[in-house]
Structures are given as structure tokens and as C-alpha cells.
Design a protein around this ligand. Structure first.
Ligand code: MFK
Length: 589
């Protein structure tokens, strides 16, 4: 028997202590440990103070700017006409968004990768900052990623005059000079299948181009400039080349020197499921003045330089969202009681959190490995080492984007559930992480498009890319000394054999395409396994504080039942059955 408690009211009765986030660098043992392994001691020492500082900022003023952007009353608005029926097409964004443009410049979020203050480690440094920045700032990472991609495309394919004109803006740390860039590909006939694009580019006598058409999605429409695809018209024959081989890449400023838009009409702002503070618009191009970047008809491979950067941002964005969501769920677990226990003492709750932790650790390894390779491919001298890194990065990028985004989004949804009904409340922040992470499975290539990109790499290299993948992974785990890790390595070898068997026995295109997602995910799993084993061995050898957890992570990950599951042999009858299941008895493929 207990005495009758006072009546609960809005002023009396139980109040839950809310979960809190501390410094997002110092509180994140997994992140700190990965950086310690990947960076030489002097580089680590050089950049750590900056990360500690930013780790505080992202739960302080930067979080407030992100909250301001995400506030529905500040979502982007479009004013198309002024009071005198003059077309103005003004997009208003949140004050927080404008502030974040300045912060991004000052923090060097793009610049670091090109100033290269720590040579090939600069990408790790840059992405470490991005990892902290992204979950607080309401998808401001979108314009940053495209700006970074545009800088890279210019570095690789721009003329000297273009580099001189645009790079000082894109790479500036001075907010008054800093420019962001858009990247316009998607049109009404095709997002994944860009070759169906309708937008046309007409050559002018002075060597510039005039662009006319309609872009269906333009993210971060308030950017200062853009890189866009269009189909060049041959004025002699008044004809175009159809398909993606007719597309070229162009660069254009958003406004003319007089401040008017550069042949662009903002048709409509998009009404999206998430990324609500990010201005995304349909655009009519009514004579945009532009310059050709790279060679005519090579637009898709030239813009791939941007895609291959933004795809790493997408993976990093989801990992960082995963980490933030997990941090909230973990802090809640040590503050919340249920069924006579604190949540961190309830076996099923702890087990659920541990599963999320495992996916987070695996995905973190993949994302930072991608950043490491990106930096190496941009900085190492030409030679076999760089060539192997480039081949590995080409294959790793679609695998990382597809695998990390898909598995990470599920983990964020799980974190929401770990707070029960409170997790579903907007103010707690998990809804925003989930919504804003979800887009990463879609933009810059859906999971299936990326799985087909993996096949593209295998086809182009006659499966030689897999030799490099296998050799790289086996080199990483070659010298493990711990018995549990030795077992893990046996399973890594088996998983690689399974993939090799599939590739060497499957040549039929339908079979390959139908299995592309399974193949990509098997590669993601084994890649994470090898990286986790490498990390655990390093942690053990160096008596790292969390070596025991690193060992458990690597061992458990490689022991997952799906880790060594062979890829199914293709059965055409199953595909026909799939078609009937989905589309009815008369369906066939
Ligand atoms: C936090 C993160 C934020 C991210 C912000 C993003 C916001 C921006 C929003 C958007 O813009 S979303 C739109 C993004 N669109 C896509 O990602 C397009 C998705 N579709 C594909 O990726 C298709 O696979 C592709 C358009 C590339 C197919 O094009 P094609 O021309 O039908 O493919 P094809 O013929 O196989 O390839 C043409 C050439 O490009 C080939 O080179 P070659 O001509 O030399 O043989 C390919 O090797 C090359 N290529 C294709 N993908 C490549 C690539 N090269 C390098 N890397 C790649 N990823």
C-alpha cells in the first residue's frame, strides 16, 4: 500500500527529464576512434581543437540556425510577380539559411578539401566537420555538397578562365565572396534516365550557349550559380543527338550583372516530404546564358565528377543523422524508467539499441573510408597506388551510398521508436532526422540506380574491379592476431568467394540486373566487415580504451547470418512470378 499521491495536473505530477546532447565530438567515441586510426598523429593533433570547437557549436548556435530553417513559418516562399505585374521570381528563405551560408564559408566546409591543409587527409578533415554539421543544419549540406562537386568538376574539366572566375567564389572563406552552386539534371521525362532530357543548348557566335528548357527539380535554387545538363543543337543541321550521348555539361550564373535572373523563371516551389527548409523548384529556362564545361556530348561522364562527390555526402549525411538519433535514444535510455527499471537495464531495449549501434559503427567505417579514398585519389602522385585507390573509390561510391543510406534510414526509424510516442513528436527532433535522411536514398541516384552503377563498373572493367575490391579487403585483414578476428576473416573470405562465384557464373543481363541490389548489399556488408576487423585489430594493438567494444563489433558483424549467405542463382521463373505477384496473372517481363 502506498499513500494516495497528489492529483496529477499540468503543474504537478511526473515530468520526464529530456534527453540531451553534449559536445558532438567529445561524446562520440566511435567517431573519435575512427579519426585516430585514419589520421597520422600530427594531423590528428593539428585538427582536433577545431573539431572540439565545432562539436560544441553544432549543439549551440548552429542547431538554432537549423531549427530556424526547419520552422514551418520560415519555409521557402516564392513571389513571382510584383505589384505592377512584373515578373520577379523571388525566393525567400529562412534567416537561418542565410546565416548557414556564411557559417559554411567561415568554417571552410568546401574550402578545406581544396586548400588541402593536411594533404590527402584533408577530405577526412572536411568530412569530419560535415559529419558534425549535417544533423544540426536542416539539409544545408545539400548546397555545400553541390558546391564541392562543382568545384571538383571545374578542377577536372574547367578551362583556366572558368577556374579563375568561379573557384575563388566556391572556395572562399569570406561570406561576402562565397558562392554556392546548384546542379540541375532532372527533367520531367527522366530523373534516373537523364538521357531523356529535353532541355536544349544553342551555340552563340561568341562561343557561349543559350539554354532553353524545363528542369523538374533544382535543389538549393537560391544558389549563385549552377552546373546543368542540356542537349546541344547543331545549327548547321538544326538537329540534336538523342539519348545521353547528346548531353553536355554547362555552367551558368543564376543572375546577370544587372541583378536580373539569367534567363530563368521559377515555375513552382516543390512540396516535399522532408528537406522543408531547402528551396527546391521547377525551373523554366528561357534563354539562360551559359558556358560549356568539358567536351560536347560528354555531359554525363563530366557531371559524374559532381555525383561521385555528392554521393559520399549522402552516405555521410545518413551516418551522421544515425549517430545523432542514436545519441538521443541512448541518453533517453539512461533517464527513463519503465516496468520498475531504467530502460538501460531492460534486456530487450538494450538489445535493440545494440543492433542500432552495430549498424552505426559499420556505416561510419564505410563513410569515412570513402572520405579517405577521395582524399588519396585527389592528392597522391600518379602511379599504381593511386590507380588502385581510384578503382576502389569508383566501386565503393555507389556501394556506400546505396548501402549506408538504406540501412541507416531504418536505424533512424528504430531510434525514433526507442522513445515511444515522444520520439514521434516534432520537438524532440527525431522526425526531422528521419525525414531529412530519407531523401538520401533517392537523390543523387536511387538504391536501384546505384546498384546498376555497380554493374556498370563491373562491365566496364570486365570484373577486374572486383579483383581490386577483394585484394584491398583481404590486405586490410591480413595480419590479425586475435582469435575472434581470425574467425571473422574466414567469414570475410567466404563472403568474397560468394560474390566472386556469382560474378563469374552470371553473365545474362536480366540475371545481373535482377540481382544487382543483393550484390551491392553483399558488397556493403563485407566491406564494413573488413573495415571493422581492421579497426578492431588496430584498437587491440594500441590498447585503445574501446578495443573490447571494437572487437565485439567486428566479430558480431561478420557473424551475422546474412554475412556469408550466397547470392541466389538466378531463376527466370521467379522473375515471371514476381511480375504476376505485382501486376496480376497476365503479367510478364
Ligand atoms: C547531403 C547530400 C546532398 C546531395 C544533394 C543533391 C541535391 C541535388 C539533387 C539532384 O540533382 S538529384 C539528381 C541526381 N541525378 C542522378 O543522380 C542521376 C541518376 N542516374 C544515374 O546516375 C544514371 O546511372 C546515369 C544518368 C549516369 C545514366 O546515364 P547513361 O548515360 O544512360 O549511362 P551510361 O551510358 O552507362 O554512361 C554514360 C557515361 O557516364 C559512361 O562513360 P563512357 O561514355 O566514357 O563510357 C559512364 O561510365 C559514365 N558514368 C556514369 N555514371 C558514372 C560515370 N562515370 C563515373 N562515375 C559515375 N558515377
Amino acid at each position: 500500500m502506498a499513500p494516495v499521491p497528489p492529483t496529477a495536473s499540468s503543474d504537478t505530477g511526473f515530468r520526464q527529464t529530456p534527453p540531451e546532447l553534449g559536445n558532438q565530438y567529445t561524446n562520440d567515441a566511435v567517431f573519435r576512434s575512427i579519426l585516430k586510426r585514419l589520421l597520422p598523429a600530427d594531423v590528428h593533433e593539428k585538427i582536433e581543437a577545431d573539431l572540439v570547437r565545432l562539436g560544441d557549436r553544432v549543439v549551440g548556435d548552429l542547431q538554432a540556425m537549423g531549427d530556424n530553417v526547419d520552422d514551418p513559418s520560415h519555409h521557402p516562399r516564392l513571389r513571382q510577380y510584383d505589384a505592377w505585374c512584373r515578373r520577379v521570381d523571388e525566393i525567400t528563405v529562412a534567416q537561418g539559411w542565410e546565416q548557414l551560408n556564411d557559417v559554411a564559408a567561415e568554417e571552410g566546409l568546401v574550402a578545406i578539401a581544396y586548400e588541402r591543409p593536411v594533404q590527402e587527409y584533408s577530405r577526412i578533415y572536411q568530412f569530419a566537420k560535415q559529419y558534425l554539421y549535417s544533423p544540426s543544419t536542416a539539409v544545408h549540406s545539400c548546397p555545400i555538397s553541390m558546391t564541392d562537386g562543382a568545384a571538383r568538376a571545374l578542377e577536372v574539366s574547367g578551362t583556366d578562365a572558368m577556374k579563375e572566375k568561379f573557384l575563388p567564389h566556391l572556395l572562399s572563406r569570406d561570406p561576402s565572396k562565397f558562392w554556392t552552386s546548384g546542379q540541375w539534371m532532372t527533367e520531367r521525362p527522366g530523373g534516373s534516365d537523364v538521357g531523356r532530357s529535353e532541355t536544349l543548348a544553342y551555340p552563340e557566335a561568341d562561343g557561349t550557349w543559350t539554354i532553353r528548357g524545363f528542369k523538374w527539380f533544382s535543389s538549393a535554387t537560391t544558389a549563385n550559380m549552377t552546373m546543368l545538363l542540356a542537349r546541344a543543337v547543331d545549327p548547321k543541321t538544326n538537329s540534336v543527338i538523342e539519348g545521353s550521348k547528346g548531353l553536355s555539361l554547362f555552367i551558368a550564373e543564376m543572375r546577370q550583372p544587372d541583378g536580373n535572373l539569367n534567363g530563368v523563371r521559377v515555375h513552382r516551389l516543390k512540396n516535399k516530404f522532408g528537406t522543408k527548409g531547402l528551396p527546391t523548384a521547377e525551373l523554366e529556362l528561357t534563354g539562360m546564358k551559359a558556358q560549356l564545361v568539358g567536351k560536347l556530348g560528354r555531359g554525363v561522364p563530366t557531371i559524374a565528377a559532381i555525383l561521385n562527390i555528392t554521393r559520399v555526402y549522402a552516405a555521410m549525411g545518413v551516418v551522421s543523422g544515425q549517430r545523432r538519433a542514436l545519441a538521443i535514444a541512448k541518453d533517453f535510455a539512461v533517464k527513463r524508467d519503465a516496468f520498475g527499471q531504467r530502460l538501460d537495464k531492460l534486456p530487450l531495449h538494450v538489445k535493440t539499441l545494440a543492433q542500432m549501434e552495430l549498424v552505426f559503427r559499420a556505416n561510419s567505417q564505410i563513410a569515412f573510408y570513402a572520405a579517405q579514398l577521395l582524399g588519396r585519389t585527389e592528392c597522391l602522385p600518379d602511379g599504381p597506388e593511386k590507380a588502385a585507390d581510384m578503382a576502389m573509390l569508383r566501386l565503393l561510391t555507389p556501394v556506400a551510398k546505396a548501402y549506408v543510406c538504406k540501412t541507416g534510414v531504418s536505424a533512424i526509424s528504430e531510434a525514433m521508436e526507442a522513445l515511444g510516442g515522444q520520439g514521434y513528436m516534432e520537438e524532440v527532433g527525431l522526425g526531422r532526422h528521419l525525414r531529412d535522411s530519407l531523401v538520401n536514398t533517392i537523390w543523387e541516384g536511387t538504391t536501384n540506380v546505384l546498384a546498376l552503377d555497380v554493374l556498370r563498373v563491373f562491365k566496364q572493367t570486365n570484373n577486374k574491379a572486383f579483383d581490386i575490391f577483394e585484394k584491398t579487403l583481404m590486405t586490410k585483414v591480413a595480419n590479425v592476431s586475435n582469435d575472434k578476428l581470425k574467425i571473422a576473416v574466414t567469414r570475410i573470405r567466404q563472403a568474397l568467394v560468394n560474390i566472386r562465384v556469382f560474378l563469374s557464373t552470371t553473365s545474362d543481363r536480366t540475371a545481373l540486373e535482377a540481382s544487382a541490389r543483393d550484390l551491392t548489399f553483399a558488397m556493403g556488408r563485407v566491406l564494413a566487415g573488413a573495415l571493422l576487423v581492421e579497426h578492431a585489430e588496430w584498437a587491440l594493438q594500441n590498447n585503445e580504451a574501446e578495443a573490447e567494444q571494437d572487437l565485439a563489433t567486428a566479430s558480431r558483424w561478420c557473424n551475422l547470418p546474412e554475412f556469408t549467405r550466397p547470392l541466389d542463382a538466378f531463376d527466370p521463373a521467379v522473375l515471371t512470378e514476381d511480375a504476376k505477384l505485382v501486376f496480376g496473372a497476365n503479367a510478364k517481363l
